[in-house]
Design a protein around this ligand. Structure first.
Ligand code: OGA
Ligand code: NI
Length: 367
């Protein structure tokens, strides 16, 4: 029996006739996402969403009490608290790969409005949303259910609308009308925050403040806006499978529902929602160029029986036409470069080819 068949037997009893590809295709062709399934009144999860038992969350009451993701107050970042903030970023990036930011300068009303319109987009009639449904990476604005639906072994309970700024700014006329103004305003502010983080992270790495900007490590961004509807059987699936981000840095906005967890000292720790806060997490590419100084840490979103939950992840990427390798400052005879030279296009090609399979993409580039 093939490995895949064996797994199917394990997963679905004797039902080896389960034609996953066919069921995935039929679902994808509805162009209505998981929201469409919920609206159709399902009470049981279609099996394409059921994850293998061993990867599903185990209830661990202690982890959330033991550890807390660092929360950094950005008040005074220009002068009086700058050094303190840089030290907190350094500490968090070396140990957690995650931190939350408060008093970061982005108006809370802009953040709230962004989350609101993302919900409004996903809650439109399917005929309206359908126009935006696509798996074509060349499309700069598109809506889809699970970026890796066609390659992953199990699908997640989440829909997404994505804005791809990798080739530069987009014409806002090309955004869905319901979110045009809010996305535009949000991007204005997020770009300022990105510029600030580029400086603070450079300094946290012990480099000059314009270092990461000069090497174009924070050049462009892709904004993915997720919608996690209430899940009829949340114990059988995920909102997002365990993964680490292929970006340099991710700036995430989550609403107050909760569900995001980060792996810390081998335990899953809740990233507790704080109204008005952003979550920052180090991406694989930053770990690569910092030669493992800053850590890109695995995280996931559990599926929930309360919701819907919305989140907006701004994945910051390096210049696609440039090759990167571990920065000289982080290598020495005793500590040689741990990764080979690569560029983000090659990195993403590898990342996408495997889908969110629970394994990191980084080891593939290790020397
Ligand atoms: C991501 C991600 C988490 C969330 O988009 O990479 O991890 O809370 N999102 O939606
Ligand atoms: Ni992520």
């Amino acid at each position: 029996m093939s490995r895949i068949m064996e797994e199917q037997v394990l997963l679905f009893g004797e039902d080896v006739n389960y034609d996953r590809a066919k069921e995935v295709k039929e679902f994808d062709e509805t162009k209505a996402g998981v929201k469409g399934l919920l609206d159709s009144g399902i009470v049981k999860l279609p099996r394409i969403f059921i994850h293998p038992k061993e990867s599903l969350p185990k209830y661990d009451a202690t982890s959330s009490c033991l550890f807390h993701v660092p929360v950094i107050d950005f008040t005074g970042y220009e002068k009086c608290r700058r050094l303190e903030i840089i030290n907190e970023i350094k500490e968090a990036s070396e140990t957690w790969g995650f931190f939350q930011m408060v008093n970061h300068g982005v108006p809370v009303c802009v953040m709230d409005e962004m989350l609101k319109v993302i919900k409004v987009f996903h809650e439109q009639p399917r005929e309206v949303k359908k126009e935006w449904y696509s798996r074509d990476h060349k499309m700069k604005v598109r809506y889809f259910c699970n970026g890796d639906l066609l390659v992953a072994k199990a699908a997640n309970w989440r829909d997404t609308i994505m804005f791809d700024f990798q080739d530069g700014p987009l014409d806002p006329q090309g955004y869905p009308l319901v979110c045009r103004e809010a996305v535009n305003k949000y991007m204005e502010h997020i770009l300022k925050l990105k510029a600030l983080l580029s400086e603070l992270m450079s300094e946290a790495l012990g480099l000059k403040k314009d270092y990461l900007t000069n090497i174009e490590c924070m050049k462009s961004e892709t904004v993915v806006c997720h919608y996690y509807p209430v899940c009829p059987e949340p114990d059988l699936t995920f909102g997002t499978t365990k993964h680490s981000d292929p970006s340099s840095l991710t700036i995430l906005l989550q609403d107050t529902i909760g569900g995001l967890q980060v792996l810390h000292q081998n335990r899953w720790v809740n990233v507790n929602p704080i109204h008005g806060a952003f979550v920052a997490n180090i991406g694989d590419f930053m770990q690569l160029i910092s030669n493992d100084k800053f850590k890109s840490v695995e995280h996931r979103v559990v599926a929930g029986s309360v919701g819907p939950r919305a989140s907006v992840a701004c994945h910051v990427y390096p210049n696609a036409f440039q090759k990167y390798r571990p920065i000289e400052e982080f290598t020495s005879d005793e500590n040689p470069a741990k990764y080979r030279e690569t560029n983000i296009t090659e990195y993403l090609t590898h990342f996408r080819s495997k889908g969110l399979d629970g394994y990191k993409a980084l080891p593939y580039f290790r020397l």
